[in-house]
Design a binder for this molecule. Structure first.
Ligand code: ATP
Length: 198
C-alpha cells in the first residue's frame, strides 16, 4: 500500500488539501487521532509513559495530561527521546494496520509535525503543502484572529520553510486560489495512482 505523509506549517492548507484527496478517493487518516487513541486509559502506551515519567503526567480522571507532558519534554531532549521510543513504534504499527485495512488505492496520513517529530521514515513519500509566509500569516490571522506577535511565535516553533522544502518528495504550492490548489491535487492524485499501480 502506497502511503503519503501530508504535512505543512500552520494554516498552509493541509485540511483543504486532504479534503480534496478524500473527495478524489484516497483514504485520508488523521495521525493525531491515531496517536491520541494510543494513550487512552487502559492502553499499554499510557502505562509505559506513567512508568517512565511518573503519575504526575495524568490528570484527575486518569487521562494523559498532554500539556504537562509537553512541558516535561520541551527542554529535555532525553525525555523527548524516551517518549518517542515509547510512542513511535506504536504509531507506526497503528499506521501500517490502518493502511492494511484500507481498500483505497493509496493512503494519505495527515501529519502536521512530520518534520518536527522525525516521522519521514513512517511513510513512502512526504507531500508538503507550501505557502509563502505573507499568505500564510494573512490566512491564519483571518481564520484564527491571532495578532502578528502570536503568529510569529507559532512560526518560530515550527520547522522553517526552506528545511521543509528540502526534505519533501512532493510539493504543492498553495499561494493561489482554492481552484488552483484543487487542480494541483488532482495532478498529484494521478501521479499517486500511477505509483500505487507499480
Ligand atoms: P492548521 O495547520 O492550522 O490545521 P491547515 O494547514 O489545515 O491549518 P487549512 O485549514 O486548510 O490549513 O487552511 C487555512 C485557512 O486558509 C483556512 O481558513 C482555509 O479556508 C484557507 N485557505 C486554504 N487554502 C486556501 C486558498 N488556496 N485560498 C484561500 N484560502 C485558503
Amino acid at each position: 500500500m502506497l502511503t503519503i505523509g501530508l504535512t505543512g506549517g500552520i494554516g498552509s492548507g493541509k485540511t483543504t488539501a486532504s479534503d480534496e484527496f478524500a473527495r478524489l478517493g484516497a483514504d485520508v487518516i488523521d495521525t493525531d487521532l491515531l496517536s491520541r487513541a494510543l494513550v487512552e486509559p487502559g492502553q499499554p502506551a499510557l502505562a509505559e509513559i506513567v512508568a517512565g515519567f511518573g503519575p504526575s503526567v495524568l490528570d484527575g480522571t486518569g487521562h494523559l495530561d498532554r500539556v504537562r507532558l509537553r512541558e516535561r519534554i520541551f527542554a529535555d531532549p532525553q525525555a523527548r527521546r524516551q517518549l518517542e521510543d515509547i510512542l513511535h513504534p506504536k504509531i507506526r504499527a497503528a499506521m501500517l494496520e490502518r493502511a492494511a485495512r484500507s481498500s483505497a488505492p493509496y493512503v494519505v496520513f495527515v501529519i502536521p509535525l512530520l518534520f518536527e517529530t522525525g516521522q519521514q521514515a513512517l511513510v513512502d513519500r512526504v507531500l508538503l503543502v507550501d505557502v509563502a509566509e505573507d499568505v500564510q500569516r494573512a490566512r491564519v490571522a483571518a481564520r484564527d484572529g491571532l495578532d502578528t506577535t502570536q503568529i510569529t511565535r507559532i512560526l518560530q516553533a515550527q520547522t522553517d520553510r526552506a528545511t521543509r522544502l528540502a526534505n519533501a518528495d512532493d510539493v504543492v504550492h498553495n499561494d493561489g486560489s482554492p481552484a488552483e490548489l484543487h487542480e494541483a491535487i488532482a495532478e498529484l492524485h494521478r501521479k499517486y495512482l500511477d505509483l500505487a499501480r507499480q
